[in-house]
Design a binder for this molecule. Structure first.
Ligand code: ZN
Length: 492
């Protein structure tokens, strides 16, 4: 039976869905104002693993992952410019052009990483009416106040009736000392009160009418609203990165309790961070490497390009609740590990069955299932697959044999766990891999250069027959060759 670590109880719990056979899960998605980096790949892959495993177990899963396209200010504490509006101003674009551009690129990166699309991907800007209604419910219940056209959560009042800070383990005193004094704080009763609705400054380009002001929702509001809209007032799982636990998820809990009178989420799950030289990788730390840079090798910290599958494998090599420290060397090691797995998978398809099995193939299916049931222990699944790879290699080298029945089962387990659950593209599927394509392209370019170098030597040796043959045949294939002072140029 599946156990998952619930951040609320700080322990592993057996997963029992609210409705038999069905699971509702909500994961905080990207704020679309820049390219996705390695830090974004981690929650996407972690909750893709969960989504895939729940479906493998036979659950009908409704997976909601939002797109934040309004209201996420530069400082998480309600202040500063809207991240998307700022980008739009700098690039002289409509905010929704910025949103569309980065949403498309996010989808593209996720597809490369073999992250399945969620069942619903709601945009915050498409749910303003619902968010206004949610804020109104909190006001009606007396847990919020209006100040200068903005609406703030009355955290002190709320904390008298509900435990504020229970997810992150903070109390109000810690929060007071942690909260920076920023502009606009004078609108609030207390520095820890957070905005449910913000009145837009005159220069602010994204705003909507509301009963309180022309403005926009606070960042935390969209997740409470869209989670309960699509999954119900109570639902099973809410996920996200550990960095969202406070203030974002704590605020979500407070909003839901204040509006609905009870909590919405049964299991809170948080993936740990990716660090780079021990520091969290993130846009605000300016130490991030985008996924595209990984795929192209275009960053000074990278020794070479890394395929999306190497990135996926690298992330799955660690348990989602451990930190992962990035380095180019660690990625090179992951690349080798992934190649070993690919080789074993390819060999597994080629093996011929014999009368009986003479190698220890172990209880691979149970090992994989036990590992996944133990809070999605992907490194243990990979370990079991590597053990199995050793047996596969022994059979492939004809030092042992396998019966037809055992071979079928072995192939099924690899298909179930390596391909369907871990989501690794092995075997033929690797042809889809972008970096494999770029490797092929560079080999192709090198081969054409080699031919033209040979032609250059032939010309110097006055071997006109060879020189003409290379030129004519390449031209026939569609190449245009231009002789230059230093040698040649070519295009296809
Ligand atoms: Zn969220």
């Amino acid at each position: 039976m599946l156990q998952i670590y619930n951040t609320l109880s700080r322990q592993k719990e057996y997963f029992r869905p609210l409705h038999e056979g069905r699971v509702g899960m909500y994961v905080c998605g990207p704020t679309v104002y820049g390219d996705a980096h390695l830090g974004h790949a981690r929650p996407a892959i972690t909750f893709d693993l969960l989504f895939r495993y729940l479906q493998f177990l036979g659950y009908k899963v409704r997976y909601v992952r939002n797109i934040t396209d309004v209201g996420h200010l530069e400082h998480d504490a309600d202040e500063g410019e809207d991240k998307i509006a700022k980008k739009a101003r700098l690039e002289q674009l409509e905010p929704m052009e910025v949103v569309q551009y980065y949403t498309n690129r996010y989808h593209h990166d996720m597809e490369a990483l073999n992250v399945l699309p969620p069942s619903i991907e709601p945009h915050a800007s498409g749910h303003i009416i619902e968010q206004i209604a949610f804020v109104q419910r909190i006001l009606d219940h007396g847990y919020a106040y209006i100040s200068n056209g903005s609406v703030y959560m009355d955290v002190e009042k709320y904390a008298k009736d509900f435990p504020y800070g229970k997810l992150s383990g903070r109390n109000l005193e810690d929060i007071v000392t942690d909260t920076r004094e920023l502009d606009g704080q004078d609108e609030k009763k207390h520095s820890y009160d957070f905005a449910l609705w913000k009145k837009a400054a005159p220069e602010h380009i994204m705003h909507w009418p509301s009963p309180w002001s022309e403005g926009f929702p606070g960042w935390h509001m969209e997740c409470s609203t869209m989670g309960t809209k699509y999954l119900g007032e109570e639902f099973d799982i809410h996920g996200g990165g550990m960095d969202l636990m406070f203030p974002h998820h704590e605020a979500e809990i407070a909003q839901s309790c204040a509006a609905l009178g009870h909590e919405s989420v049964h299991y809170w799950m948080h993936n740990n961070m990716i660090t780079i030289a021990g520091k969290k990788m993130g846009k605000s730390y300016n130490n991030f490497i985008t996924l595209q840079q990984f795929f192209n090798g275009d960053h000074h910290l990278l020794t070479k390009p890394f395929s999306p599958m190497t990135i996926r494998f690298f992330i799955l090599m660690a348990h989602y609740r451990s930190t992962v420290d990035f380095s180019s060397e660690a990625l090179e090691a992951a690349e080798k590990g992934f190649a070993r797995l690919q080789e074993a998978y390819t060999r597994l398809q080629k093996i011929q069955p014999a009368d009986k099995t003479t190698v220890e193939i172990g209880d691979l299916r149970n090992k994989c299932q036990d590992a996944m049931d133990d809070d999605l222990n992907s490194p243990m699944v990979l370990q079991a697959l590597f053990d199995s790879a050793r047996a596969i290699n022994t059979i492939y080298d004809q030092k042992a044999s396998i019966s037809s029945e055992d071979l079928d089962e072995l192939r099924k387990v690899w298909k179930d766990y390596a391909i369907d659950i871990l989501g690794l593209r092995l075997g033929d599927e690797m042809a889809n891999d972008k970096s494999q394509m770029s490797n092929k392209m560079s080999a192709f370019n090198g081969a054409v250069d080699l031919l033209l170098d040979i032609r250059l030597d032939a010309k110097r040796n006055k071997d006109w027959a060879t020189s003409d043959k290379i030129r004519n045949n390449l031209t026939e294939l569609g190449f245009q060759i231009k002789d230059t002072k230093d040698g040649y140029e070519w295009t296809l």
